[in-house]
Design a protein. Structure first.
Length: 142
């Protein structure tokens, strides 16, 4: 809603033209989707009077129960969320508008930091020193 109101759909015009060729090929298997839209929060109805409540950050104890693959997926979900929030914050700042719910960014950062902490704990517990070193290199690259 915000982007459409401010930019009048011109922001996505270039991306839609490039994405249209790939979307046409993929239209048989999935609905059309512009990848740039993932950098922006979904439109909300301005008539909604209820404030949107966002969740809390992940606890380390909860993350310790997750598998390596689940933590990997969660990391990228949080990374996309962080990118979306930072993009939205920058755009609103450029428009001299207030960024709604600024407490969301620290929640995402805490969760990402806790994932790294849990993965580091697992790397340190690894009995094979080569595998442990490899795991630590991967974690530090995040």
């Amino acid at each position: 809603m915000f982007l459409r109101r401010v930019f009048g759909r011109t922001l996505f015009a270039a991306a839609k033209s490039e994405a249209s060729a790939t979307a046409a090929a993929a239209s048989n298997t999935a609905q059309r989707h512009n990848p740039l839209e993932e950098f922006f929060e979904a439109d909300r109805n301005p008539d909604d009077e209820k404030p949107v409540v966002y969740g809390r950050s992940w606890k380390a104890s909860e993350l310790r129960l997750k598998s390596w693959d689940d933590l990997h997926k969660l990391w990228y979900v949080l990374l996309k969320e962080k990118n979306m929030l930072m993009t939205q914050r920058q755009m609103l700042h450029a428009q001299n508008l207030r960024f709604p719910n600024p407490e969301r960014i620290p929640k995402v950062r805490k969760s990402m930091c806790r994932i790294k902490h849990v993965l580091t704990e697992r790397a340190m517990e690894e009995p094979d020193p080569r595998r442990s070193a490899e795991m630590k290199r991967m974690i530090n690259a995040l």
